[in-house]
Design a protein around this ligand. Structure first.
Ligand SMILES: *Cc1c(COP(=O)(O)O)cnc(C)c1O
Length: 382
């Protein structure tokens, strides 16, 4: 093992998740898998072929750099959509490759139009509409100008989408806010339609929206976290499973993260372990080190807090998480030897460490923990 840990990606789990999510949607709705942030830490290049084999042909990213990676890795017929960052210098790259992109400012719309004219090739544009999140998007008072510009330049601006994003579709406490966004979105879209402008796709749903507000599916859904086997939050899982009266989790985590024991030592009672004085042994202890620390994706907030699986047992992380190591208390593991498997996330025997249990411990979210998994960890689809 060259690197200090490795990630396994389960194709069966991926296939299960995509099929489950598709079953929530009318068959004509396009499934765009969101693969921003290195495919939520799973690895764009590693996972893309498996996603394609599950029948997905549309990918959403945030940045142009991510779009380039997806473009390199994907099959010819698959489509790429940039939901965020594209610099004017890269409009040519996107336009000539039919990579579509969100437009939410008049400046970008004009720049895209100019580039499309110069290249004599239409730009595929998704107009993002401000419906209440107050982040990015055209405001209502800008729409007359936008509609006119689109109507006058149909050769060079292909309206790929009208879209928006919801500000908290996972939380019941945002129910009214999202409800208002939905009706605002519909109203703004109809202004385009009234002017004879029909987009290829109307789209607004992320994972949480498609579960909690299925009416938002539109023509295309942008599904990130749930494709990877996670609920956007526990509340969404509870709402879904109670409503459909199901007991087993229909989503499967596709990622397993493993490492190996680096060393095993005995420590007497009443000794401090690792940096500082945050952990004192209260019995003669056997400790094991594992070569992953905060520099390798294992959050420092799991100091004296995290658990991992060793020898079929759940064991605590003791002391501070270091840059490249954690220390475990393996006193209760009968056999714990150098080179033994350590499961940081995933199953070992009957036990499991989920990303969410991991994040409950440190008040983070699935999203953040996943996307902080470093790029250098080798990934393999199994
Ligand atoms: C990240 C993102 C999504 C996907 O969200 P999930 O909660 O992971 O499904 C959808 N739309 C936009 C605009 C996003 O930025």
């Amino acid at each position: 093992m060259l690197h200090t840990s490795f990630i396994e990606l389960s194709k069966d789990a991926l296939n299960n998740n995509i099929r489950f999510i598709r079953r929530q949607l009318p068959p004509e709705v396009r499934y765009s898998m969101v693969v921003k942030a290195n495919a939520y830490g799973h690895g764009i290049e590693d996972l893309l072929p498996a996603i394609e084999e599950c029948g997905v042909t549309h990918f959403s990213v945030f940045s142009t750099a991510e779009a380039m990676r997806v473009h390199e890795a994907k099959h010819e017929q698959c489509e790429v959509m940039i939901m965020g960052w594209i610099d004017d210098d890269y409009l040519e790259w996107a336009i000539t490759r039919d990579v579509s992109f969100f437009v939410f400012t008049p400046e970008r719309l004009t720049a895209a139009l100019q580039e499309a004219r110069r290249l004599d090739h239409p730009a595929r544009v998704h107009l993002e509409l401000e419906t209440g999140m107050h982040r990015t998007g055209f405001c209502e008072d800008q729409l007359d100008g936008v509609i006119q510009q689109i109507a006058e330049n149909k050769t060079y601006i292909k309206l790929e989408g009208l879209c928006t994003h919801y500000a908290g579709a996972e939380d019941y406490t945002s129910y009214d806010r999202v409800g208002e966004q939905i009706s605002t979105f519909n109203r703004l879209c109809s202004r385009f339609e009234a002017s004879g402008i029909t987009p290829r796709y109307k789209h607004s749903a992320c994972s949480a929206a498609l579960f909690n507000f299925p009416e938002t599916a539109g023509d295309l859904v942008r599904v990130g976290i749930s494709s990877y086997g996670y609920w956007p939050n526990i509340e969404t899982k509870m709402r879904y499973t109670m409503k459909h009266d199901i007991e087993t989790n229909p989503l499967d985590r596709i990622l397993t993260w493993k490492s190996k024991i680096l060393s095993v030592n005995n420590v007497a009672e009443n000794e401090y372990v690792s940096y500082g004085k945050s952990y004192l042994t209260n019995r003669p202890s056997k400790i094991a080190t594992v070569p992953v620390g905060y520099g390798y994706g294992f959050s420092r907030t799991l100091s004296n807090n995290g658990h991992v699986l060793v020898g079929g047992k759940r064991v605590p992380v003791i002391g501070k998480v270091n840059m490249n190591m954690i220390v475990l208390d393996v006193t209760d593991v009968d056999l714990a030897a150098v080179g033994d498997e350590v499961v940081l996330v995933g199953r070992q025997g009957d036990l499991e460490i989920s990303i969410s249990s991991f994040s409950d411990m440190n008040n983070s979210m699935n999203y953040e923990l996943l996307t902080r998994l470093p790029n250098h960890i080798p990934r393999q689809v199994v």
